[in-house]
Design a protein around this ligand. Structure first.
Ligand SMILES: NC(=O)C1=CN([C@@H]2O[C@H](COP(=O)(O)OP(=O)(O)OC[C@H]3O[C@@H](n4cnc5c(N)ncnc54)[C@H](O)[C@@H]3O)[C@@H](O)[C@H]2O)C=CC1
Ligand SMILES: O=C(CO)COP(=O)(O)O
Length: 320
């Protein structure tokens, strides 16, 4: 199977570098200038500085490159996916498309797999998700991710193609569980960053991670996901990484909120739109998701951090 990665952001570049160490790979970049720059310096200095490109990685801005590949990794941000897929629908039709983004679409409340199926119905949809920072993957540090695909036979072939010496993929057919875990861990990471930024302590962070996990499970199970998926890399695994590291952009946005500092709006932070979309879905489905709701209120400046903590602590006492 021959692989192309679409989207030369941090994650797309890291995946392409990792895959090219194993077999020739193509990285597509939407801007010709950027593609030329990456090709001439053999480094994506704008998005992933310090990670040299292997010789077997071709870089292009020509979407016709898709013709030569049967597996396409989509590493564009969630809120840009539908527009991107619609624009390139014909070229993507019939391919195996692996969404690599983590989030929920703001307008529709849908995750990446549903958006893929909606816009390119003639493609096979899969999802690559789980705990991994782009820089770690590019450096070849050990990483384990979840590959979600149904049918499992296609999943097995993809697992073999996309696993490398340092990137170990575990397989599931539970696309719903994998995408909800990957999307919601970012919302909880914003909450955790906010409590650390506001100096509310590591105990408060542990409480948020645990109760946040309960929210992730509540929504996922209501949508038909399997509990073991949430307990795996795409759920618990990624929650642990993202809520505990300042390398996470979602966590850093939370830190800024907690400290009352501004945050650069050009940085990709999937959890913000995902929180808003999920708070709406939870309300429509009658699900209790107080942390997600609180993050939305913090982001939209309807609550201060101390009111947010107060509100969560004053909720009626209940069984765990
Ligand atoms: N950076 C990381 O460590 C990881 C990121 N991810 C996920 O990967 C996805 C992408 O994140 P990053 O690569 O980190 O973001 P990034 O901000 O580094 O790059 C985003 C890329 O998408 C491109 N893009 C934006 N709008 C586009 C459009 N309309 N059409 C085509 N391309 C477009 C940009 O040019 C840019 O190259 C996110 O969903 C993120 O959650 C997942 C795991 C790790
Ligand atoms: O998804 C990630 C780690 O698994 C990257 O997290 P951020 O998008 O918060 O940087």
């Amino acid at each position: 199977m021959s692989v192309a990665v679409l989207g030369a952001g941090a994650f797309g570049t890291a995946l392409a570098i990792s895959l090219a160490r194993k077999a020739p790979t193509t990285l597509w970049c939407r801007s010709k200038d950027h593609a030329d720059e990456i090709r001439s310096t053999r480094e994506n200095t704008r998005r992933l500085p310090g990670a040299p490109l292997p010789d077997a990685l071709a870089v292009t801005s020509d979407i016709a490159c898709l013709g030569a590949h049967d597996v396409i990794l989509l590493a564009v941000p969630m809120q840009k996916m539908r527009g991107f897929l619609t624009a390139h629908q014909a070229a993507l039709s019939g391919k195996t498309l692996v969404a690599c983004c983590k989030g929920i679409e703001l307008d529709s409340g849908l995750g990446p797999v549903a958006v893929l199926r909606d816009t390119v119905p003639e493609a096979t949809a899969a999802l690559l998700t789980g705990p991994s920072f782009a820089a770690d993957i590019a450096l070849g540090l050990p990483t384990a991710l979840t590959l979600a695909c149904d049918p499992d036979e296609t999943g097995k072939a993809l697992q073999a193609t996309l696993s490398t010496d340092n990137l170990r993929l575990y397989r599931t057919t539970d696309l719903t569980g994998a995408e909800i875990g990957g999307a919601l861990k970012n919302v909880i990471a914003i909450a955790c960053g906010a409590v650390i930024g506001a100096r509310l302590g590591d105990s408060a962070r542990a409480a948020l991670m645990t109760r946040g996990y309960a929210e992730m499970q509540r929504l996922a199970l209501a949508r038909g996901a399997r509990p073991e998926t949430l307990a795996g890399l795409s759920g618990f695994g990624d929650l642990t990484l993202t809520c505990g590291s300042e390398l996470s952009r979602n966590f850093r946005l939370g830190l800024s909120l907690g400290r009352g500092e501004a945050f650069d709006p050009s940085i990709t932070v999937e959890g913000a739109a995902t929180a808003r979309a999920t708070a709406k879905t939870a309300q429509e489905m009658g699900l209790e998701m107080p942390i997600t709701q609180t993050v939305t209120n913090l982001l939209d400046q309807r609550l201060t951090i101390s009111d947010a903590a107060d509100q969560l602590l004053k909720r009626p006492l209940k069984e765990e």
